[in-house]
Design a protein around this ligand. Structure first.
Ligand SMILES: *[C@@H]1O[C@H](CO)[C@@H](O)[C@H](O)[C@H]1NC(C)=O
Ligand SMILES: *[C@@H]1O[C@H](CO)[C@@H](O)[C@H](O)[C@H]1NC(C)=O
Ligand SMILES: *[C@@H]1O[C@H](CO)[C@@H](O)[C@H](O)[C@H]1NC(C)=O
Length: 372
């Protein structure tokens, strides 16, 4: 059915799926789908993130307005008349930024309906295409601290996030952690590099984010139910022109643990880094959310240790995609979601019925008039 092609245009089904995800994300479980960034009410928060991976900035005020100002281009305004197409305010007031660009580093402030500022973020979207990747098992060193010769004894260093969970359980896996570029001046709080430098263009190979990977083994949590029922089953085929395809693991992102399997054999960052990638390429800029493939096989992906999607060559039997609920925080919202999906379905059906029957209705009205 849904052919995965090399065409840059989104396929109808994936468009539908992403619309569905967008709808779902506007319901309750927003935190489960996107990287959720929050800041206490009335506060100002500074944060480094990565470009190329969707984030949701928290502001819980329905009808909120977001004002933004980009540091590099010194441009900005409100999301209401923005020309920036990858930013959307959700009905509850959060700001969704899809696939952010490094040039969107800047100030984001949320104002409520009464014109009072709720929160303000200074976000540094560090360029994921310059990500420095190292693997512990390969004895690769992360970047070292380096001084910046700007005259105030500035040091560039990496601020590491905690390790993410192991990407599988009960079998050997890998886990990663992200590190952001920060600059510290003596006696000052460190500042994310992009915010520190603003418009200044500095040529330094040290000014980049990092990802470190290591092998791990985690037992499955007996308390947790590992669901399979929301898995997407999809098929792909190589056309004559295309020698490679990209598969996308829904709900994957660089901020979450992801694992791919090829015919049941796990793909590892280690394998990719030493050049034994089993004829596949994990996309580093999405933390492996996307996988480039060159040959037919059965590909499975796991997010947060849960089976998320399976892609089979088209000749093989496929099942229709069933996507409903993100894996985490799903239980509590499952009912609400089902209800919402039902509502969406009913509305869509009503719309369809209306369209189908309106001409008939109009005709009838006309004929009644004629009879008169
Ligand atoms: C956005 O709207 C405000 C007023 O609501 C206006 O002053 C500003 O010029 C607009 N910006 C753009 C880019 O149209
Ligand atoms: C806006 O102002 C009204 C009246 O002062 C108040 O009742 C309401 O709670 C305020 N709303 C917000 C979101 O602060
Ligand atoms: C690098 O700099 C950071 C921040 O100043 C500091 O916490 C860390 O210990 C330094 N690392 C080394 C290896 O010097």
């Amino acid at each position: 059915m849904s052919r995965v092609g090399l065409s840059p245009l989104p396929q109808p089904q994936s468009t539908m799926l992403s619309t569905l995800w967008l709808l779902l994300s506007f319901a309750v479980p927003v935190r489960g789908i996107y990287k959720f960034v929050s800041c206490p009410h009335g506060k100002q928060c500074q944060k480094a993130l990565l470009s190329g991976n969707d984030v949701l900035l928290q502001c819980s005020s329905a009808g909120a307005h977001w004002y933004y100002f980009f540091l590099q281009t010194r441009s900005g305004w409100t999301t209401a008349n923005t020309s920036v197409s990858n930013m959307v305010t959700t009905p509850v007031g959060h700001l969704l930024i899809r696939d952010p660009l490094p040039s969107q580093t800047g100030l984001y402030s949320c104002w409520n309906k009464n014109g009072t500022q709720e929160t303000q973020y200074e976000i540094d979207f560090q360029d994921v295409s310059s990500l420095h990747i190292t693997h512990k098992s390969l004895d690769q060193d992360p970047l070292h601290n380096e001084s910046l010769e700007l005259g105030r004894q500035e040091t560039v260093f990496t601020h590491w996030e905690p390790w993410q969970d192991c990407n599988r359980c009960d079998v050997p896996g890998e886990r990663k952690r992200l590190g952001y570029c920060y600059i510290r001046e003596p006696q000052e709080e460190p500042v994310p590099c992009g915010i520190f430098l603003g418009q200044a263009k500095l040529k330094s190979n040290r000014l980049r984010p990092e990802m470190q990977v290591e092998a791990c083994f985690a037992p499955c949590d007996p308390q947790r139910s590992y669901r399979h029922e929301y898995t997407v089953f999809d098929s792909f085929s190589f056309s004559k022109e295309s020698e490679a395809l990209w598969l996308t693991c829904s709900l994957g992102s660089i901020y979450r643990p992801i694992m791919w399997e090829v015919n049941g054999i796990p793909l590892t960052w280690r394998g990719q880094l030493v050049g034994q990638g089993m004829n596949t390429v994990l996309d580093t800029s999405t933390g492996g959310r996307q996988l480039q493939i060159f040959q037919p096989a059965t590909y499975k992906c796991y997010v947060h240790q849960e089976f998320m999607a399976q892609f089979s060559p088209e000749e093989q039997q496929w099942q229709v995609g069933k996507v409903l609920v993100p894996p985490k925080e799903a239980d509590s919202v499952l009912k609400g979601l089902k209800l919402m999906l039902l509502m969406v379905f009913v509305l869509a059906l009503a719309g369809l019925l209306f369209r189908v029957f309106r001409p008939a209705w109009d005709k009838r009205k006309n004929s009644v008039l004629l009879v008169k």
